[in-house]
Design a protein. Structure first.
Length: 259
């Protein structure tokens, strides 16, 4: 499939989705959301791709927010439908392969929500984060009020959402919004090193491990432990488990088959 608002690049087992609206600070409009969702659908079916990365084109912005011009004239029903179960944020959250946000600049509003929906956030020291919706008389609609407190705690999430303040990447890293903070010039190199390290593992084990960890957010501990036990048992039916054990015994690198 061809894309206009994004660039899709494959690097062996890692794919990079680049939002390509640098003149608009990569603000997300309906076209961007539609194409990211389509690209993720394409990558989900591609067994050669084991990890995906999302970033923005240019040095200024990951995503500076939603395209506010699209809000004009929208009705409550329009917004209810646009931010429902099939919204981009939920598509990103439910993508079964590891998904890394490579945050290269402004990460605000819908951009911060996009990054939070990813599994891991790697940020340049130049990046800035925030949920500034309150400044134009609205509230976060892409999961910000739910994912932000799970990452940084209730009080800090309320502070950020109710003030609309931006914070530097160093502060975002300190409070747990950013997982890996790197010099700006090393951002892509360090992100790809992380992606390639994950991609070198058994793809079936990685997917099951991701499913188990993400269950911890939504399930009580006893149910989460049962989920982990089930997935742990399932992985023992895979060829990769047999190969991993055999490679360990033979003191050689494993050759994963992904099944």
């Amino acid at each position: 499939m061809g894309y206009d608002a994004i660039l899709l690049e494959r690097k062996t087992a890692v794919a990079i989705i680049r939002i390509n609206r640098p003149d608009k600070l990569n603000a997300m409009n309906a076209k961007v959301k539609e194409e990211i969702a389509a690209a993720l659908g394409e990558l989900e079916k591609d067994d050669t791709i084991r990890v995906a990365v999302i970033t923005g084109v240019g040095d200024k912005a990951f995503v500076a927010g939603a395209d506010i011009n699209e809000f004009a004239g929208k009705t409550p029903i329009d917004q209810w439908n646009a931010y429902g179960p099939t919204s981009l944020y939920n598509v990103v959250d439910q993508f079964p392969k590891p998904l890394i946000a490579m945050v290269n600049g402004y990460c605000l509003g819908g951009g911060c929500e996009l990054a939070m929906a990813c599994d891991i956030r790697v940020a340049s020291e130049n990046a800035q984060f925030g949920q500034p919706e309150i400044n134009i008389g609205i509230i976060p609609g892409g999961g910000g009020s739910q994912r932000l407190p799970r990452l940084v705690g209730l009080g800090k999430a309320l502070e950020l959402i109710l003030t609309g303040d931006r914070i530097p990447a160093s502060e975002a890293h300190r409070i747990g919004l950013v997982d890996l903070l790197v010099p700006h010039g090393d951002l892509e190199k360090r992100t790809l090193e992380l992606a390639e390290k994950i991609a070198s593992k058994s793809p079936v084990a990685v997917r099951l491990a991701k499913a188990a960890v993400k269950a911890s957010v939504n399930l009580p501990l006893d149910q989460g432990l049962r989920q982990e036990r089930s997935l742990f048992s399932v992985v023992f039916s895979t060829e990769d488990k047999e190969e991993g054990v055999k490679a360990f015994q033979e003191k050689r690198p494993p050759q994963w088959k992904g099944r």
